[in-house]
Design a protein around this ligand. Structure first.
Ligand code: SF4
Length: 79
């Protein structure tokens, strides 16, 4: 599976959920606002779940549903 991961920072309410639950992918870039880590490719990165770990991808998908402001945008680009 491959996932494209993005954060709409204009919507982010700095709740900390995503970078607390999936620190491999998301980071606090200041004032609690989330971003996709540069280490994994930054905003719009394609995560290869075989490389980063299926457990990480599963948590990305879960947290995308749980983000209270709908700021996390995740697309399955390859099943
Ligand atoms: S879970 Fe959503 S609202 Fe909370 S910090 Fe992450 S992107 Fe922002």
């Amino acid at each position: 599976m491959k996932l494209k991961v993005m954060v709409d920072q204009d919507l982010c309410t700095a709740c900390a959920l995503c970078y607390d639950e999936v620190p491999e992918v998301y980071v606090d870039v200041g004032d609690g606002i989330a971003a996709v880590k540069e280490e994994v490719g930054g905003d719009g990165a394609i995560l290869d779940c075989a490389e980063i770990g299926q457990d990480v991808c599963d948590r990305v998908l879960e947290i995308t549903e749980e983000c209270p402001s709908g700021s996390l945008i995740t697309e399955v680009v390859e099943e």
